[in-house]
Design a protein around this ligand. Structure first.
Ligand code: NAD
Length: 491
């Protein structure tokens, strides 16, 4: 068991942990608090002040008054502060990793190896980019002195989900701040801890008051209020397609720009010429990463009928090797799911999938390990059946894959594209031409070849259809998404 550092303990011991609004650490005006649970033990981890609409109003007003001065700062100064923040995140990487492991349930080694360093890299990426980005361009139009200027929107509201709270927050706010916006952030009420620790580091880095506020609170309360607020000039939402539709409708009614990064039901096409050992290892890794609570992961495995039996045997062997247990125990590869609610949702999907005719190949229950009875654990699970099954069609958000078979590539593509989701898919084959063709014809924001869950800065990570729109994250376009055009012209 990893020992909590002194700083982690001190942070968690605040009762409640205050939130950060307009440069101040405050408790809720109405005194509300929320409880944060450790999913590995089903025990209270921390209490946190819970923001209301009135608290959100204060944060939004201070973000609006901080916006002009922040936008007027030279990009190099914004970059310097972002780099300072990145350095502080690096200094406290262990605390951030521990909070992520405790709150989400993920293995602390994953948080140390991916969530935290990759988030820090994001901050540095956008710090560098905003310095090199030409936010202003002289236009060559006859008889006119004309310039095109990219200006920030003003206040951007962010709402985040619970599965990668820290990384997603960094992916969102780093480009927005770099582009000169101020931000109001609502983390998920399920996993707010690392986001509030990030707020602490922003405070220490010296960001001016009001440039970033962090408000843990309920979605239909604080999130909806932010979405409707006229001083929030742009919304950026990461979460389910269901809530994304609500946010999109509300922003549409106000003609407010919105970025939506939503749910997924990714497919993996396993061709008859695939390296089956590598494919089985890769997809077992994909479905157990973050206990399957990954928007873009491969949850529909569409396998060529000639290799299906062999592939299934190999992947079962891979899944057996996965060490399940508390995120704070080093060596564990898959933790609990985040909550009782999520566990019930997953088990309910598996039961409904079976009732609709699918065969449960492995999993579908808690591991047979007395040491794990205190947490929200489930074994990695495989179902096999027809396409007309709820587990093929709907996002489950757990370590569950649904296997179908196909006879030719057109049939595989038809299956991949039969749903409205469009986040990420992969194709597994030794034939580069076949890989390229299938990758281009799968309708989504991301097509990966012989791998799943591939991220890099400079590689846009976006979506289409029910998985969202707005240009995605992690690329130069993302920085510009957080600006609008201003044309200045003198004939
Ligand atoms: P969710 O949609 O239930 O909640 C997301 C956030 O929205 C939370 O902060 C919640 O409080 C808030 N919210 C809820 N109702 C609201 C309302 N009426 N108005 C405003 N805000 C509201 O999603 P979740 O269960 O937290 O996360 C899982 C979902 O997120 C999955 O569907 C997953 O695919 C998706 N996700 C997508 C991406 C991506 O990049 N595309 C990344 C991570 C997760």
């Amino acid at each position: 068991m990893v020992s909590q550092t002194q700083k982690t303990q001190t942070f968690l011991a605040q009762a409640p942990i205050p939130f950060y609004s307009g440069g101040n650490w405050v408790n809720a005006r109405d005194g509300s608090i929320m409880e944060v649970e450790d999913p590995a033990e089903k025990q209270l981890l921390a209490t946190m002040a819970k923001a209301s609409r009135e608290d959100a109003e204060q944060a939004i007003l201070s973000a609006a008054s901080a916006a002009p001065a922040w936008a007027a700062r030279p990009a190099a100064e914004r970059a310097t502060l972002l780099r300072k923040l990145a350095d502080l995140c690096e200094r406290d990487a262990e605390e951030l990793s521990q909070l992520e492991a405790l709150d989400v349930g993920k293995p602390v080694e994953n948080a140390r190896g991916f969530d935290v360093p990759f988030g820090i890299e994001c901050i540095r990426y956008f710090a560098d980019l905003c310095e090199s980005q030409a936010f202003e361009q002289q236009l060559n139009i006859d008889g006119m002195n004309a310039r095109s200027v990219r200006v920030p929107h003003g206040v951007v509201g962010f709402i985040f989900p619970w599965n990668f709270p820290l990384t997603l927050c960094m992916w969102g706010i780093a480009p927005a701040l770099a582009a000169g916006n101020t931000v109001v952030v609502k983390p998920s009420e399920v996993t707010p801890l690392s986001t509030l620790y990030l707020a602490k580091l922003m405070d220490e880095a010296g960001f001016p008051a009001g440039v970033a506020s962090f408000l843990p609170g309920d979605g239909p309360e604080v999130g909806e209020f932010m979405t409707q607020h006229p001083k929030i000039k742009m919304m950026s939402f990461t979460g389910s397609s269901r809530v994304g539709r609500l946010i999109g409708q509300a922003c549409g009614a106000q003609l407010k720009p919105v970025k939506l990064e939503l749910g997924g039901k990714g497919a993996a096409v396993i061709c008859d010429d695939a390296d089956l050992d590598a494919t089985a290892a890769g997809l077992a890794g994909a479905i157990t990463l973050n206990t399957g609570q990954v928007c873009c992961t491969a949850t529909r495995w569409i396998v060529h009928e000639s290799v299906a039996d062999s592939f299934i045997e190999k992947v079962k062997a891979e899944l057996k090797k996965v060490a399940i247990g508390a995120g704070m125990v080093e060596g564990n590869q898959m933790g609990p799911v985040v909550s009782q609610r999520q566990l019930s949702t997953i088990l309910d999907y598996i039961a409904r999938g079976q009732a609709e005719g699918a065969e449960l190949l492995v999993g579908g229950k808690a591991p047979d390990d007395a040491a794990l009875q205190n947490g929200y654990y489930i074994e990695p699970s495989l179902l096999k059946g027809a396409e007309d099954n709820i587990c093929f069609k709907e996002e489950i958000f757990g370590p569950v894959a649904y296997i179908t078979t196909y006879s030719d590539d057109e049939d595989a593509l038809r299956q991949v594209n039969s749903l409205d989701y469009g986040l990420a898919n992969s194709v597994w084959t030794r034939d580069p031409a076949r890989a390229d063709r299938i990758a281009r014809l799968m309708v989504s924001g991301n097509s990966w070849i012989n791998a799943h869950n591939v991220f890099a800065y400079g590689l846009p990570y976006g979506a289409c259809n029910a998985s969202g729109h707005g240009g995605g994250v992690n690329s130069p376009e993302t920085l510009l998404d957080y600006t609008r055009n201003l044309s200045i012209a003198e004939p």
